[in-house]
Ligand binder design. Sequence first.
Ligand SMILES: [Zn+2]
Length: 144
Amino acid sequence: MQISEKAAYVKGLIEGLELDPKDKQTKVFKVIADLLCEMAEEIKDLGQCYDDVCDQVDGISEDLAGVEDLIGNVPGEVDYDNDAMSHSDMAYEVTCPTCNETSYLNEDALTAGVIKCPACGELLELGYSEDELDDADDEPGSDE
Ligand SMILES: [Zn+2]
């Protein structure tokens, strides 16, 4: 017999006593019987929820095991990261026009467009490629 059935049985027993409906004790018995029935229903619902959650946790555990297998089978992941880092650290040589000191820049500094010379502190604009192109392609004296 389930809890809800037992509660209903107790409620039936109390009603079967045919207690005086005007008696205060009868009222207490009825309230207790109703409360028992409600609690039994609530417990039944909770039990159903618990079963559902257990099923979902089982499913998640299986999925997670699959993911763990997948991660375990990719040993080269860290190597890829190192490769990417050495690529972004690749140095570019820039000669400061103020102090003639040669600096090595990474890709990030080049993207920023302007860097500070580590030797003399002069701000260097990295638009050198245009000047070089002008020098190479322009006819002599066309600037003036
Ligand atoms: Zn400099």
